[in-house]
Design a protein around this ligand. Sequence first.
Ligand SMILES: Nc1ncnc2c1ncn2[C@@H]1O[C@H](COP(=O)(O)OP(=O)(O)OP(=O)(O)O)[C@@H](O)[C@H]1O
Length: 259
Amino acid sequence: MNTPPPPRLSVSGLEVAFGGLTALNGVSFDVADGETVALIGPNGAGKTTVFNAVCGLVKPRSGTVRIAGRPAPARATGLLKAGVARTLQGLGLFAHMTVLENVLVPLTALRHPDPAAKARSTLDALDLADLAGRPAGTLPYPERKRVALARALATDPRLLLLDEPAGGLGAADIDALAETVRRIADAGCAVLLVEHHVDFVMDVADRIVVLDFGEVIAAGTPDAVRRDPAVEAAYLGLEAVGAEAATAPAPQDAEGGTA
Ligand SMILES: Nc1ncnc2c1ncn2[C@@H]1O[C@H](COP(=O)(O)OP(=O)(O)OP(=O)(O)O)[C@@H](O)[C@H]1O
């Protein structure tokens, strides 16, 4: 009998401390190819710290992060080569560069054989072709978010990490985003997202991992998690969290960063 392949992402017993503060305490979960997993939890629960540990930006005190069975590379280019791409909460676009140039950044880093064609086909797929020549910083927030997603997708990641992808978007853009995320997962990519927008999470996630004070307090299908009393107690009502996320953030200055 063939051994099944290891999960695309496997986080095991992750412990992270910032001085005296234990930010993550024994966090474990997997994400399989083609699966969408959402990390949710109240503010300060440790969601971003999980992302940062997966990307090697914080060093765990103990525990492991494995990508397709191998230890996760610590540097941005190593992660891209291992098929990992990430979007950032602050988007991290280069404001004065065009949309096309932004999407070219990771392709150039990866020495893609035909970066221009790949960038253009990715922009096409996300309905951004008409904006290719515009400086990224001049676009409205929803378009800038799509550019950040395009930049991550251009590298054909096998694991996509999305940091609050629905934050600051209106209902129509959130529906379109949900469709895009489904398409990405259907193509076999593993998707891990951190998100406060509960309706969006319930819509797109195959599984939800709930963090509170750095620990996994529930994990399972959206339905199971919704009915879990520990989750309700942690949130003091999921609806309140959804309402908070519906508020658009003030436009942020684009800044340099990695996909
Ligand atoms: N660099 C750091 N130095 C010190 N403490 C940190 C650092 N990064 C995070 N923390 C602390 O670790 C805990 C987890 O933070 P984290 O940002 O991972 O939570 P989160 O669930 O992503 O929160 P939010 O929903 O508000 O983004 C918090 O108590 C936070 O204050």
